[in-house]
Design a protein around this ligand. Structure first.
Ligand code: DOR
Length: 440
């Protein structure tokens, strides 16, 4: 008797590890059970996906969802709804909540809060501090933990570790990947006078300049070499950092964001004001070109959105009182697909940078490719669809996007998590059943 499936997706272009193939996909028990030509009548549920492309589920490994403590701007339900709407099937959430996620209890609390409310799969970073550095090795394998996060420079929230001995202790205690916000705290303090009494938002990359980022990355490269610990440099923004990272040790990985690949100073600050303010900052077109060159040369390991929502009211405060950060989880896929359509990035590289590599970097089990035996997590896209990103499409509680008004080619039309469709044509499909990501 022919194989039976819970669901058959027919006639899609499927991005497999062997390249794009035109095929049917049979899903059983939430995993991919067959790829190829599947006989009619093999399943009670079939979808004809002619004209669409099935990608492995996009994994956004840098989001801030604000729960607990700042649920007026986002929570785990609204943040994961934004992910699902944007074609993202799994997220890793940052620890700068209130309270900060600096203990296994705080992490377990987030897992409990997400269960039954999250639209996509989830994992959480444990925040490192000078105080908990010695415990991290014992705590890092807590269920739902994707790794350790260090803020070397202060940003939103209170987490900060800039002391060399504490950084070394963090890197020596444990094995999981340590994701780092690399800006030099001392230089940030030295230069704050440039903006302290009020300044145009375009001064943000002057205050937090390239040298500020380079100093932290130089320290981090040395620490990664000395300790051998797996280190992930988040949101790299400058030409100078990328030059240094070309010679990085094999235990280091590098992230860039769609914002830094797409926006540039001074235009972004003139157009968006404080809504273009994020840490590390949007820099000029020379730096943006250096990020693209690094991406083409294989220096960049993955793309994360650094989704960091703040309300319009909060953003309306005069710079530098205005908080840093912009939303991004919902726009990652369309913005990057538009770069694919424009020929700046191949679809294979998009898949590697947004799915295969994130899964590999953080050691996620059974994710990151469309292949038999892997989870049926799919980002199903229409590569030809032309749409305009607009604030009224945004389901994040912040209700705005820096990409409002941008017309893109390429759009997520279905988000499939563990064999269940959670978004189809801009609508979420009840109920939210996201699960904690399992790690190898
Ligand atoms: O701009 C930023 N916003 N950078 C960060 O590092 C934190 C984030 C936030 O949580 O708002």
């Amino acid at each position: 008797m022919a194989d039976r499936f819970d669901w058959v997706l027919r006639n899609a272009a499927v991005a497999t590890p062997e390249g794009a193939v035109s095929a049917d996909i049979g899903v059983r028990g939430g995993t991919v059970a067959a790829i190829g030509s599947i006989p009619p009548g093999s399943s009670p549920l079939e979808d004809n996906l002619t004209g669409l492309t099935v990608l492995p589920g996009v994994i956004d490994t840098q989001v801030h969802f604000r729960e607990p403590g700042a649920e007026h701007k986002e929570d785990l339900a609204s943040g994961t709804a934004a992910a699902a709407m944007g074609g993202v099937t799994a997220i890793c959430e940052m620890p700068n909540t209130k309270p900060a996620t600096t203990s296994p209890e705080a992490l377990a609390d987030k897992v409990a809060r997400a269960t039954g409310r999250a639209w996509v799969d989830f994992a959480f970073f444990l925040g490192a501090t000078a105080e908990n550095a010695g415990d991290l090795g014992a705590w890092e394998n807590a269920p739902g933990c994707c790794g350790i996060k260090v803020f070397m420079g202060s940003s939103t929230g209170t987490l900060l570790v800039d002391d060399e001995a504490a950084l070394r202790r963090i890197l020596k205690n444990g094995c999981r990947r340590v994701a780092v916000h690399a800006e030099d705290e001392e230089r940030l303090k030295e230069r704050f006078h440039l903006v302290e009494d009020g300044a145009p938002p375009a001064m943000h990359p002057e205050w937090r300049d390239e040298e500020t980022a380079m100093r932290a990355v130089a320290r981090l490269i040395a620490l990664a070499r000395r300790t051998g610990r797996a280190v992930h440099v988040l949101h790299v923004t400058s030409a100078g950092e990328m030059e240094m990272l070309r010679g990085r040790p094999a235990n280091m990985t590098v992230e860039v964001t769609p914002q830094h690949l797409t926006l540039a100073a001074p235009e972004a600050y003139e157009r968006l004001g404080t809504c273009a303010q994020m840490n590390p900052p949007i820099r000029d077109a020379r730096h943006r070109a250096a990020l693209w060159k690094a991406l083409a040369d294989g220096v960049v390991s993955c793309i994360g959105s650094d989704h960091a929502p703040h309300t319009r009211e909060e953003k309306a405060q005069p710079y530098p009182k205005s908080p840093s950060g912009m939303p991004g989880v919902q726009t990652l896929v369309p913005v990057m697909l538009d770069h694919v359509a424009a020929g700046r990035l191949s679809l294979a590289d998009f898949v590697r940078l947004t799915s295969t590599a994130p899964a590999a970097i953080f050691g996620m089990a059974g994710r990151g490719v469309v292949a038999v035996g892997y989870r049926a997590d799919f980002t199903i896209v229409d590569l030809k669809a032309k749409r305009t990103i607009a604030n009224d499409w945004i389901v994040s509680k912040c209700g705005w996007t820096p990409f409002d008004g941008m017309t893109v080619t390429g759009w997520p039309v279905m988000t499939v998590v563990g064999g269940r469709t959670v978004m189809r044509e801009d609508s979420l499909i009840d109920p939210p059943r996201g699960q904690a990501i399992k790690f190898l």
